[in-house]
Each structure stands twice: as C-alpha cells, then as structure tokens.
Design a binder for this molecule. Structure first.
Ligand SMILES: Nc1ncnc2c1ncn2[C@@H]1O[C@H](COP(=O)(O)OP(=O)(O)OP(=O)(O)O)[C@@H](O)[C@H]1O
Ligand SMILES: [Mg+2]
Length: 209
C-alpha cells in the first residue's frame, strides 16, 4: 500500500480538492483506493457520499476521532487532513503515510504560513531523517501571471520538490459537489487538468520506486 497524506495547517489551500481528485485518479486506474477523512467538517466524506455508484469505488475511512484500521486489500490510501492541526496530530498522521503533499497557493499569506508549517514539519523525525518525501503542490495557479511567477520563486525557496502545478479551474467546485474527480469526467477542461494530475500521480509513485 502507498499512503499519501495531504496536509497544511493553512485553511482553504486545496487539501480536500487534492485528496478527493487524487483518490479518484487512483480508483480510475483500478487500484483499490481508500480516502480517510480526518476533518470534523467531513468534506471528504460528503464528497464520497455524493459519488455515483457507477464510478470506480473509493472506500471511506472515518478518522475524525481516531486513526482507524486500513483494510488489508487497500492499495492506495489518501488522507485528507484538516487545517489548523497541532504538530503532534501531524506527527501521528505522518506515521501512517509514505508521502506528504503540501498544497500552496500564490498569495503571500499562503506562502508565509506554508513556510512556517514546513519548518515545523521539518522538526518531525521521519521528515528530518528524509524517510518520508514531502512534495509541494502549487494550487490554483493562473499561468503566465505575475502571481504565478511570484509563486514559482517562492516555491523554489521553500526547499521541497514541486510535484505538480494545478491550474485554477471552476470545474473543481462542480466536481466537489458531485463526488467526481477530473478522472471521472469528459470534456476538454478535464483532459487538460488530467495532465497536471498525472504529474502528481507520477511524483507519488516515483518517490517510492
Ligand atoms: N485548483 C483549483 N481551482 C479552483 N478552485 C479550487 C482549486 N483548488 C481548490 N479550489 C476551491 O477552493 C476552495 C477550498 O478548497 P478545499 O476545500 O480543497 O481546501 P482545504 O485546504 O481542504 O480547506 P480546509 O482547510 O477548510 O479543509 C473550494 O471552494 C475549492 O473548490
Ligand atoms: Mg479540507
């Protein structure tokens, strides 16, 4: 099994969007996939509840109270962490994970709080000893804007590889409400978006190869 923890103490940076779409990407490639919801807001669970039964199934794990068991047959686990976690809680989730994804948006607020989060994350032994890969995911990117150039500069200074750059797309809000991911729908926007997601999937798989 490969377990991916999506986390950043910063709220609204795209953790649930990334966790749900990544789970859908794994499921679309016929891997037995589970999505663990740690957030009291239950966003990932709501997304799963809306997921049509005709689509590749994703198992929901409710980890709001405690970290639970992962069924033996699960091949890919995606953990959707909430904002504002304490370092101790991040440390507990880290023990379950092979790879950590940290979404970051372009604003200085996002970059600054992500930098602080990464500093604290770096204090945790598995990260300090480089036993777990930590990747940044640039989110809500608007290509060829000043903001995206500033983000690129900031990402280079954050000291972790960038697994993917996900563009800002209205499609994500629609998908969030319907239990779908960009791998579950047709249309040119989804096709374009999937290219960005494949970067992310490959970064995760390659980091463990
Ligand atoms: N790439 C994107 N393009 C457009 N909208 C996006 C993108 N990523 C996230 N969003 C939107 O931004 C909002 C916040 O995203 P999301 O809920 O995934 O963040 P979060 O980090 O899980 O938030 P929280 O900290 O509250 O758990 C949502 O409305 C989502 O649809
Ligand atoms: Mg969330």
């Amino acid at each position: 099994m490969i377990a991916v923890l999506v986390t950043n103490t910063k709220g609204g940076c795209g953790k649930t969007t990334i966790a749900t779409n990544l789970a859908a990407a794994f499921a679309a490639s016929r891997l037995t996939t589970a999505l663990a919801n740690v957030d009291r807001q239950r966003s990932a669970m709501q997304w799963l509840a809306a997921r049509p039964s005709r689509l590749p199934a994703i198992r929901g794990l409710d980890w709001r109270k405690d970290i639970g068991e992962v069924p033996d047959d699960v091949q890919r686990l995606v953990i959707d962490a909430p904002a504002g976690l304490r370092l101790r809680q991040v440390d507990q989730l880290l023990t379950e994970a092979d790879v950590v994804l940290v979404p970051v948006q372009a604003s200085a607020f996002d970059v600054d709080s992500t930098r602080r989060f990464l500093d604290r994350l770096g204090e945790l032994k598995p990260v300090r000893k480089q036993r777990k890969g930590v990747f940044l995911v640039a989110n809500r990117v608007r290509p060829r804007t000043r903001a995206s150039r500033r983000l690129d500069q900031a990402l280079a200074e954050l000291g972790h590889p960038v697994a993917a750059r996900l563009a800002d797309r209205a499609l994500y809000a629609e998908l969030a409400a319907t239990g779908l991911g960009v791998f579950d729908v047709g249309g040119s926007v989804a096709v374009e978006a999937r290219r960005e997601w494949l970067d992310l999937v490959h970064a995760v798989e390659d980091s463990l190869a």
